[in-house]
Design a protein around this ligand. Structure first.
Ligand code: GDP
Length: 372
C-alpha cells in the first residue's frame, strides 16, 4: 500500500519502520481500512492525549536543520535545552543564527547531577562564557533539573517573563531531558487547569507538539537531533542505567604516578603519560561505574582480557560488537576537563601534563576549561 497517511495530531507522515522517528505507529495499524487511517494519531500524540505524556522523537540532521530554519522566521522565544553533563556534545552550534532576531534562553539541564558543593552561580557563569566563545548570546541562562517540579516551576517563571506573549519553541538534542521537561510542564499546567487533555495539535510535518498557554500562545515541543557521537548511543538497557548518572555525581580523586592507567570499566581509559610527578586526577562519572588502576604498560593486555568481564559495562554480549577504544592525546597547559561525550570527564589541574584519553571509536572526546 503506497498511499500516505498523516497523524491528525502532529501532522507527521505515519510510518511503522522506526519507533523513534516522527509519525510512528505499530504496523498492525496499516491493516485497517483506509477510511480509518485518515483519522489516526501517531503513537506519540496518542500517548500525549491519553496519558498526558510526551515521548521522544528523533529527526535526521537535515530535517533538524530545516526545522530550525523554519523557527527562525517565527516570532517566538526559543528555549534551547542542553545537558550540563555533556555541554559541548549537546550544544547546537549555529543556534544564534537559527534564533535570528528571536530571544534565546539556554536551559542547562540535569543540575541535580552536579556535586552539591559546587556553586550554581559558578556553573552558570561557566556556561555563559562557553556560549559566548561560540557566538551564542542568550537573553538568559537558567540551570534546571527537569526531574524536579520546583525547578521547572522556576524555569516557567523565567519563560513567562521572557516570552512577552509569544509562542515558545523548545529545542535540543536527544537525551538532554527535553521530554522530561515537557512532561513536567504538562503536569504543572494540568494541576491548575485541564487545558492539555483537550488540546489541539495543528499540523506540522515534523511531529512537533503544541501545548496551549492561557493567552492563546503555545509551547511547542520539537523533535530532537540524534547525537551520533555520544557514548550512550553504543550501549543498551542495563548498561545505560549504569553509565547515565542518575544521582549527584561523587567526584573520584586518583593520585596517579606517571605511566599509570585508569579504566572506567570497559567504556573509557585514561593514561597519565608524563608530567611533574604524582598528581591528582578527578573523575566525574556515574557513581555506578567502577574505576580500575593498572600500569600503562599492562593496560592493552588488561583491556583485551577483561573487557565484558571485570571491565563491565559493556557486558560480555555487547563487548563482541563494541567499537575499539581510540586514543586521543593531550598536553595540559591550563586547568582542563577531558570530556567523553555521554560519559563524563576527568579534571586535570597541573600544567605540563601529558595524558591520553581512550573512548570507543565514534564517541567524541573534547577538552574544555574546567567546569568545577
Ligand atoms: P530527551 O531525549 O531530550 O527527551 O531526553 P529524556 O527526557 O528522554 O531524558 C534523557 C535521560 O536523561 C533520561 O534517562 C532522563 O531520566 C534523564 N534526565 C532528564 N532530565 C533530567 C534531570 O533533570 N536530571 C537527571 N539527573 N536526569 C535527567
Amino acid at each position: 500500500n503506497d498511499k500516505e497517511f498523516y497523524c491528525i495530531g502532529c501532522g507527521a507522515k505515519l510510518q511503522s519502520v522506526e519507533e523513534n522517528k516522527a509519525g510512528y505507529v505499530p504496523s498492525s495499524v496499516f491493516k485497517r481500512p483506509s477510511s480509518e487511517l485518515q483519522n489516526i494519531y501517531c503513537r506519540r500524540c496518542f500517548r500525549l492525549r491519553h496519558y498526558n505524556e510526551v515521548s521522544d522523537v528523533e529527526l535526521t540532521d537535515d530535517d533538524f536543520l530545516r526545522m530550525l530554519n523554519d523557527i527562525s522566521s517565527k516570532d517566538a522565544l526559543i528555549v534551547n535545552v542542553v545537558d550540563i553533563f555533556d555541554f559541548s556534545g549537546t550544544l547546537i552550534t549555529g543556534m544564534q543564527r537559527f534564533a535570528g532576531k528571536n530571544p534565546l534562553l539556554i536551559v542547562g539541564n540535569k543540575i541535580d547531577l552536579v556535586p552539591n558543593a559546587v556553586s550554581h552561580g559558578k556553573i552558570r557563569q561557566w556556561l555563559t562564557e562557553r556560549m559566548h566563545e561560540v557566538g551564542i548570546r542568550p537573553k538568559d541562562v537558567v540551570l534546571a533539573s527537569a526531574k524536579r517540579s520546583e525547578s521547572v516551576k522556576q524555569l516557567m517563571n523565567v519563560i513567562e517573563r521572557e516570552r512577552n506573549g509569544r509562542d515558545v519553541y523548545i529545542v535540543g538534542a536527544t537525551n538532554v531531558g527535553k521530554s522530561t521537561l515537557i512532561n513536567q510542564i504538562i503536569n504543572i499546567a494540568t494541576e491548575s487547569n485541564d487545558v492539555i487533555t483537550t488540546s489541539y495539535f495543528p499540523g506540522t510535518t515534523l511531529g512537533s507538539i503544541e501545548i496551549p498557554l492561557d493567552d492563546g500562545s503555545n509551547i511547542i515541543d520539537t523533535p530532537g537531533i540524534i547525537q551520533h557521537t555520544n557514548l550512550t548511543h553504543f550501549l543498551s538497557g542495563r548498561e545505560l542505567k549504569q553509565v547515565i548518572p542518575r544521582r549527584e555525581v561523587k567526584p573520584k580523586v586518583y593520585q596517579l604516578n606517571d605511566q599509570q592507567t585508569i579504566f572506567v570499566d570497559g567504556v573509557a581509559r585514561f593514561d597519565y603519560i608524563s608530567g611533574e610527578g604524582k598528581q591528582p586526577f578527578v573523575f566525574y562519572v556515574s557513581n555506578d561505574l567502577q574505576l580500575h588502576r593498572t600500569k600503562l604498560e599492562n593496560a592493552d593486555e588488561f583491556y583485551e582480557k577483561q573487557v565484558g568481564k571485570i571491565l563491565n559495562p559493556p557486558t560480555e554480549f555487547t563487548a563482541q560488537n563494541f567499537p575499539k577504544l581510540k586514543r586521543h592525546q593531550f598536553t595540559i597547559n591550563e586547568p582542563t576537563d577531558i570530556v567523553v561525550s555521554g560519559l563524563g570527564w576527568v579534571s586535570i589541574d597541573h600544567i605540563k601534563t601529558k595524558i591520553a584519553m581512550w573512548a570507543p571509536e565514534g564517541v567524541d572526546v573534547y577538552v574544555r576549561k574546567t567546569m568545577i
